[in-house]
Write a new protein. Structure first.
Length: 165
């Protein structure tokens, strides 16, 4: 039986341990949207996938569709993003707002570009990233993105409230 291997760019949002040496990943992909993928043996020291599937890592991932989860066959780290609350909070929000596998390449491109070009002002970065996420998911209008900081935060709060989180 042959399997089709899909290769796509992805951002690792969440990680959960599974069994003794496996992990389940929540990955925002460019081609498939938000997926859950299982990596076998990734918690072992000798695993080739170990460093490429860390949280907030931008990776090129090869996957095979399974019954319950996608299965990760290989991964290559493109950009490792250092942890900060200004990155973690928007990505956690993103993982809560996006449901199911529905491709949204514009959202993926916006988030990946923001992560790569993160500026020194973390508060402004977080506000900008959350507003972009909400805009691409339909919870904010394009005009809202041009507002001043105080009005933008108000529009973000209204968008989050509209999402019923």
């Amino acid at each position: 039986m042959s399997y089709h291997i899909y290769t796509t760019d992805g951002i690792v949002l969440n990680v959960w341990p599974k069994n003794e040496s496996d992990r389940i990943y929540s990955i925002l992909t460019r081609d498939f949207g938000l997926i859950r993928a299982r990596a076998l043996g990734v918690r072992k020291e000798a695993s080739k996938l170990r460093g490429s599937l860390e949280p907030f890592c931008l990776s090129k991932v090869s996957l095979v569709r399974g019954k319950e989860y996608w299965r990760t066959t290989s991964a290559e780290s493109v950009q490792s993003i250092s942890f900060s609350p200004a990155i973690a909070r928007p990505l956690v929000l993103l993982s809560k707002l996006v449901q199911g596998e529905s491709p949204n390449p514009e959202l993926f491109d916006t988030v990946s570009k923001a992560l790569i070009s993160k500026g020194p002002d973390e508060e402004l970065f977080e506000i900008h990233l959350v507003s972009q996420i909400l805009y691409h998911l339909g919870y904010m209008k394009k005009e809202d993105l041009e507002l001043d900081k105080k009005s933008l935060v108000k529009a973000i709060n209204e968008g989050i409230q509209a999402s019923h989180l």
